[in-house]
Design a protein around this ligand. Structure first.
Ligand code: KG4
Ligand code: ZN
Length: 392
């Protein structure tokens, strides 16, 4: 069974094709992630209208690349009936560039051997989600292939079970013994602690009240002129820190001692802003202090994340902790979490995704789609909508 997945929730246009067999094995036939970082970099963050335009421009070319890599792209001249053309035009009415490219694609290539299509329905930026959803609807309609909408955050959780290498078969072994599980989802848009009683049963037990952890990395990196995306930039700068530095800086650890599982990172960003203003007033060479500040920002965010995660895992007596989302690429976070799990919860299993699957990708969407394949339906193209605020 081959699944085609599409992910456009933020600033990555991603299309993947995964194959599954009857023994619950999976192999990745193609996984293309086109990052728009260069487009958004000059603005210091994701510009939703630009993200939309980029997705519209790139979906068809990336689909062709993915199908080609999976040996599923076959040329054939097709004549599309005027009725079908008008339905496709209606589906893609608000995506003009995509509309023309999609019609051209349908006239040039035959229907590939895909069993169903999975697409990220939310959460994410509405202008970014829609082109992906509408494109998936158009493909589903024209190919008469079942369609399923997938929650992006569920993708981040399950990215932990993707095959480590492309083209290699790997058993999808999500043991019931890992439940109840606790997932820490940390990305540019979300910071959530999620209790998972069993696969597909999610309960958000805590989340950020303002900025997400990734957003805090991005915003503080911008204050330090370290560029976008801020997470990797802060991590790189923090790595330059040397202990013999004569200065010391103490940033707050927001809500670290609160009794709930919520987070708040907006105050940390403000503290960094005041710190920089103060240092500038005192004519301190900021450039020299950047590694120290970056390290303190990283420590502050990660210490709060880890403390709350361990606390929640203890209180809910979970059998495992599952890390997911873009910030899961942070080496310091992985190190701290692994250390604390080893010290305080040695019996539980810790899942950390491969770095290549921490950021947004369609492979994780295909995997969720496959696990929920019963909900894939040939008529879903008629009603599927993007939902920027979709909850787990
Ligand atoms: O999951 P993701 O790719 O997109 C969303 O769904 O938001 O996460 C992107 C976020 C960005 O805020 C980025 O700065 C952060 O993940 N990120 C990192 C690292 N790599 C990416 N944060 C900290 N350390 C990293 N190495
Ligand atoms: Zn994400």
């Amino acid at each position: 069974m081959k699944v085609l997945a599409i992910e456009t929730s933020c600033d990555e246009t991603s299309i993947s094709i995964l194959e599954f067999d009857a023994k619950k094995r999976c192999r990745i036939l193609a996984n293309f992630v086109y990052s728009q970082i260069a487009v958004h970099q000059p603005f210091g963050g994701v510009v939703p209208t630009l993200a939309k335009r980029e997705h519209q421009k790139n979906l068809v070319p990336i689909l062709k690349l993915a199908l080609k890599k999976a040996a599923l792209l076959k040329k054939r001249k097709n004549t599309i009936s005027s009725k079908k053309i008008s339905i496709i035009k209606e589906i893609l009415a608000r995506d003009e560039i995509l509309q023309q490219q999609t019609l051209d694609f349908f006239t040039q290539y035959q229907k590939p051997q895909i069993h169903f299509i999975a697409v990220t329905a939310g959460p994410g930026l509405a202008p970014a989600l829609w082109p992906g959803v509408n494109f998936a609807r158009a493909l589903s309609f024209y190919w008469q292939t079942p369609l399923i909408g997938v929650n992006h955050l569920e993708g981040h959780v399950l990215a932990n079970w993707l095959p480590k290498e492309e083209k290699v078969w790997q058993k999808i072994n999500i043991s019931p013994k890992i439940f109840p599980a606790l997932s820490l989802i940390v990305s540019g848009g979300h910071t959530q602690l999620v209790l998972i009683k069993k696969l597909g049963h999610y309960k958000v037990i805590g989340e950020t009240r303002d900025d997400a952890a990734g957003e805090c990395f991005d915003k503080t990196a911008r204050l330090l002129n370290l560029g976008y995306p801020g997470g990797p930039a802060i991590a790189k700068e923090a790595a330059k820190f040397q202990k013999e530095n004569p200065f010391s800086i103490q940033l707050p650890r927001p809500m670290i001692n609160s009794k709930d599982y919520d987070f708040s990172f907006a105050g940390l960003k403000t503290a960094v802003l005041y710190l920089i203003e103060d240092l500038k007033k005192k004519n301190v060479n900021l450039k020299k202090l950047k590694p120290l500040i970056a390290k303190e920002i990283q420590d502050s965010i990660n210490e709060v994340l880890v403390k709350k995660t361990i606390q929640a895992a203890k209180n809910f007596k979970t059998h495992s902790i599952i890390l997911g989302g873009g910030v899961a690429a942070n080496e310091n976070l992985k190190f701290l979490l692994a250390n604390e799990v080893k010290k305080q919860l040695p019996k539980i299993q810790l899942f950390i995704p491969e770095t290549k699957y921490t950021g947004d990708n369609a492979a994780m969407i295909a995997l969720v789609g496959w696990l929920k394949k019963k909900s894939a339906n040939i008529n879903n193209w008629k009603k599927l909508e993007a939902d920027a605020n979709l909850r787990l």
